[in-house]
Design a protein around this ligand. Structure first.
Ligand SMILES: Cc1cc2nc3c(=O)[nH]c(=O)nc-3n(C[C@H](O)[C@H](O)[C@H](O)COP(=O)(O)OP(=O)(O)OC[C@H]3O[C@@H](n4cnc5c(N)ncnc54)[C@H](O)[C@@H]3O)c2cc1C
Length: 434
């Protein structure tokens, strides 16, 4: 998402640059599930001229205001919160962005898995990219939008660690450690349910965005593709496992029976709707630690490569889109030349990193709250939470906390980030002129 948005925004803003996207897979995959977008992200897509097409393709309607129903372990107690978020199928959003890219066949090169890069100290010499197939390519600027297991991040932090080694072995070790993603302690059974497979008695329920909260368990469901499909993600976790190494594949095919075994004591509705899942996948939910930089020399990282986060603020794809947009603002600025590129990328880092980290932290805290480990629910056991029967006020306390954690989405807009980055670059231009 971050890479595609950056490429499109660059084509629109500074067409003199040649852009190449190196993608490890043989084709852009349209698989995936639902993603949610808050107003800040929508502003980016609107600025790129994609709004009407997205609304038409996804049938998302014009309303950005979703009602979220919070329910404790799927028992009768429900409260409603309003959040300004649009929901889409990931593949739909990707398709719309790609359709707007010019010269797509030469822009995207498939089956090119980056392994590492070499960046000469001299700004006049190109960066060399090394791919797994043994080939190389050259570029003036490298942006890693290669997801949570980013090869660019790993290579960048290896270089940073190598430099740090000259003065502090501890610092070098820290830099190598911080570059490695960690397991959150949660797994998610995730997939899409075709509308025709939802029992009639449950249609009304799945047509609403619903987040069911239980001790160490969360079930999220909402409609995508104009209601033709429903997105379901059922999370299971323990706090003991957070930060450990996940023993197994990060994602693999799962079965409904395996997923449901974790929710047996919950409302039977969960089993009924799970039965409709199309090929559920088990995802071990990983995240990155807070990185000390998103840029080094003429190389930057965006999206999950820079800040993979827990999914409960529905923010990961949106933050990747914001990064791509702000970075395009930087690269289109008249002050940016081969000589000023490292300082310009540092401006991107200065503006984006604190914001993305705040969203990462809000996502972490939401994860704890949804698993009923906050807001007065700390002492509630797995069995008690499944049995339900709580007073309405207890769930309202959870909702209140959730509102507080979501305010990053309203505090400022993406155009504020764009303005801040332009201001930093203006100062840079003045410094260069003297
Ligand atoms: C359960 C769950 C629910 C989520 N819900 C939401 C939500 O509601 N809202 C939201 O905004 N986000 C959500 N997310 C997060 C979102 O999916 C990610 O944050 C987003 O996809 C990150 O985009 P990206 O462009 O950084 O990376 P990715 O989408 O991971 O793309 C990386 C690309 O790089 C390619 N690649 C990888 N390595 C290499 C290499 N070495 N060389 C070349 N190419 C490479 C990959 O094939 C891929 O095409 C959710 C995530 C999960 C797990």
């Amino acid at each position: 998402m971050g890479g595609l948005v950056l490429a499109l925004a660059l084509q629109q803003r500074c067409s003199q640059h040649t852009i190449t996207i190196y993608e490890s897979t043989a084709a852009l995959s349209t698989v995936g599930a639902g993603i949610g977008m808050v107003a800040r992200v929508w502003d980016v897509l609107r600025a790129l001229g994609l709004e009407d097409e997205l609304l038409a393709v996804t049938g998302a309607g014009n309303s950005a205001s979703a009602e979220i129903f919070y329910s404790a372990a799927a028992k009768s107690l429900t409260i409603i919160a309003r959040r300004s978020v649009r929901t889409f199928h990931r593949g739909d959003v990707q398709k719309v962005i790609v359709n707007h890219l010019n010269d797509i066949d030469s822009v995207i090169q498939y089956s090119k898995r980056l392994v590492s890069y070499d960046e000469p100290a001299s700004l006049g010499e190109p960066i060399t990219l090394h791919f797994r197939d043994g080939t190389t390519a050259a570029c003036d600027l490298l942006v890693g939008s290669d997801g949570i297991r980013s090869a660019v991040r790993r290579a960048m932090y290896e270089r940073l660690a190598g430099e740090a080694e000259k003065t502090s072995l501890d610092r070098a070790q820290e830099l190598r450690k911080v570059a490695e993603p960690v397991w959150s302690g949660l797994v998610a059974y995730r997939g899409l349910i075709p509308a025709e497979r939802v029992p009639a008695e449950d249609v009304e329920d799945v047509s609403k965005m619903t987040i069911r909260l239980g001790k160490n368990k969360i079930v999220v469901s909402y409609p995508v593709m104009g209601g033709k499909m429903f997105n379901l993600a059922a999370f299971v976790g323990t706090s003991d496992d957070a930060g450990t190494l996940y023993d197994g594949e990060w994602s693999r095919p799962a079965t409904v029976e395996e997923a449901y075994a974790n929710f047996e004591k919950w409302d039977p509705l969960i089993l009924r709707i799970m039965k409709g899942l199309n090929s559920p996948i088990l995802w071990a939910i990983h995240k990155t630690r807070e990185l000390p930089t998103y840029a080094h020399g003429r190389v930057a990282i965006v999206g999950d490569a820079a800040h993979a986060m827990m999914p409960f603020q529905a923010a990961g794809a949106g933050q990747a889109i914001e990064d791509g947009f702000v970075l395009s603002e930087v690269l289109a600025h008249p002050s940016v030349t081969a000589r000023t590129l490292p300082a310009a990328l540092a401006a991107y880092d200065t503006v984006r990193r604190p914001f993305a980290h705040a969203v990462q932290r809000a996502s972490d805290e939401t994860t704890e709250t949804y698993q009923l480990r906050r807001a007065g629910w700390e002492g509630v056991t797995v069995e008690e939470s499944a049995a339900g029967g709580f007073a309405a006020g207890r769930l309202a306390a959870v909702a209140e906390k959730i509102y507080g954690m979501s305010d990053w989405a309203l505090r400022s807009g993406i155009m504020d980030d764009s303005r801040d980055v332009r201001e930093l670059l203006r100062v840079l231009q003045e410094v260069n002129a003297h």
